[in-house]
Design a protein around this ligand. Structure first.
Ligand SMILES: [Zn+2]
Length: 497
């Protein structure tokens, strides 16, 4: 298969005439890598790239993408898939050797984003803090993969009821230790480690950096102390440092206070730190304006600030513009980042798409087309945003659209563009003449796509319960949600609709 690098060279000649000023393509040297290395040999880190004027393309939201493929459970949205689903035939051998296992689905999604043009492989560690892995009955248990005979004993992992039990049996001994059986509950460490290995493996196949990501915690919502919340981040961070990620991202924070705590912990490592909040122009869930949030995050140590998730691309660009203006006005310096939803959200309040009645299982009619993504990429670039990626709803073709829109600025088309003529030019090969007539930019830019749903309204009324940290409904618990706990919620919801 052709590498990203060879395609970069190839596209200069093949696409000449289709991308204006094509002669400039390929001039910007990205990074060189040694494929055998277990860690990045990328000559330039993210801050050097940004300082050099490069546009860095992020990836898409893994939890939503993998939920649709059947590997993530909506509700908890936890990333145990990073440590499940080993490829057949590898499990036993790798468990024996205590080597990191390889995990097909997560790795494949990384690869698809890389091929589409992503320069950042974010570790699939969203909600991989220990407190989130055991929240509201989300008791994650699966086989630790141990099944081997070693000197003096044998170990095997078996499912018993709902849980996996790891049984150690001593050989040449009649005594059975009390601790011979242990429950193989998945630990945050295990998920975070596997996620780092997968991201690194794929990043090394192309021009990408690895970003270790932390996100908001149930501990914060439940009013735990700063020290306790920071300790939760630190646990994930210990793995990221051991695995030598290239940068750190604190993402998906609804409250600037918790985002600051995360940045303070991440900054202690000396790695570049990006911080993105899931807020819109109205600000965080306590009403702190985006500009003030950004200034506080830069002061806490963030090198890159911006937003992710919760709102559509153009709303996110608008929010980052507010952040940038405030940071500049405060005499501070930062780089800017946006990783929005791939859903249109013109009807959202400050809580974003979580408040939409369609969240999370009926959002499909709102998905942006690839052409709308090109508009997003252009507007983000024009706003001075240089780390441009996506979150929930983004599929690899959305990332490819960003890479194609900015191909001239970046000097490269992604490998996935081999199968995609710019602005529909591949339709020139279509058998039907009226479809061939769509092989042009004007057609797709002018099109207003129909929903195909004659009884749908164009906008929804958000739920707007208006509860956040400090409200009893937001207190989290390890135990499963009970029917008694659900009853008042159903009643309150029914009053609204
Ligand atoms: Zn998201």
């Amino acid at each position: 298969m052709m590498s990203v690098f060879s395609y970069r060279r190839k596209n200069i000649s093949e696409n000449a005439g289709k991308v204006p000023n094509i002669a400039s393509l390929g001039k910007k040297s990205l990074c060189r890598r040694t494929y055998k290395s277990s860690q990045s040999l990328c000559a330039q880190g993210i801050l050097e790239r940004l300082a050099g004027g490069e546009v860095v393309i992020g990836d898409g939201g893994f939890v939503f993408a993998l939920e649709k493929r059947g590997y993530v459970k909506a509700g908890p949205w936890t990333p145990e898939a990073a440590a499940e689903h080993p490829e057949a035939g590898e499990r036993l051998a790798e468990a024996n050797l205590r080597e990191p296992r390889r995990f097909l689905r997560v790795r494949q999604l990384h690869r698809e984003f890389l091929r589409a043009g992503s320069n950042i492989m974010q570790t699939f560690t969203f909600y991989a803090s220990d407190d989130k892995l055991e929240n509201r009955g989300n008791k994650l248990g699966f086989s630790c993969g141990r099944s081997y005979v070693s000197v003096g004993g044998a170990v095997s992992c078996k499912k018993e009821g709902e849980e996996y039990i790891c049984v150690k049996q001593q050989i040449n001994s009649e005594r059975e230790d009390e601790d011979d059986e242990e429950v193989c509950r998945v630990q945050g460490q295990q998920i975070n480690e596997a996620a780092c290995d997968l991201a690194r493996e794929v990043a090394n196949e192309g021009d990408a950096l690895v970003a270790g990501g932390v996100s908001q915690t149930p501990s914060y919502l439940s009013c735990k102390s700063e020290a306790e919340v920071k300790k939760t981040f630190q646990k994930q961070l210990d793995v990221f440092i051991r695995k030598n990620v290239d940068l750190l991202i604190a993402e998906y924070f609804e409250h600037v206070e918790e985002a600051e705590w995360a940045v303070q912990v991440l900054k202690g490592t000396g790695k570049p730190v990006a911080a993105t909040m899931c807020i819109g122009p109205e600000g965080d869930m306590h009403g702190v304006a985006p500009g003030e949030c950004a200034v506080r995050l830069v002061k806490a140590g963030a090198d890159i600030v911006g937003v992710n998730c919760h709102f559509d691309p153009l709303t996110c660009v608008k929010t980052v513009k507010l952040m940038k203006a405030a940071v500049e006005q405060a005499g501070l310096k930062a780089h800017y980042m946006s990783q929005p939803l791939a859903y249109h959200t013109p009807d959202c309040n400050c809580q974003g798409f979580i408040d939409l009645p369609e969240f999370p299982f009926a959002l499909e009619p709102r998905i942006l087309t690839r052409w709308e993504m090109q508009q997003y990429a252009r507007e983000a670039y024009d706003a001075g945003i240089r780390v441009i990626g996506g979150c929930c709803g983004f599929e690899p073709y959305h990332i490819r659209a960003i890479a194609e829109e900015l191909s001239q600025e970046r000097g490269v088309l992604p490998e996935a563009s081999q199968k995609h003529g710019l602005w529909g030019s591949c339709l020139e090969m279509h058998t039907k003449p009226w479809v061939r007539a769509r092989a042009r930019r004007d057609y797709w830019q002018r099109l207003k796509p129909s929903s195909g749903r004659p009884f749908s309204s164009s906008l929804s009324l958000p739920d707007g319960w208006g509860v956040t940290k400090g409200h009893s409904f937001l207190m989290q618990q390890k135990e499963a949600t009970t029917q008694e706990q659900l009853k008042p919620l159903f009643e309150k919801a029914d009053e609204k609709h």
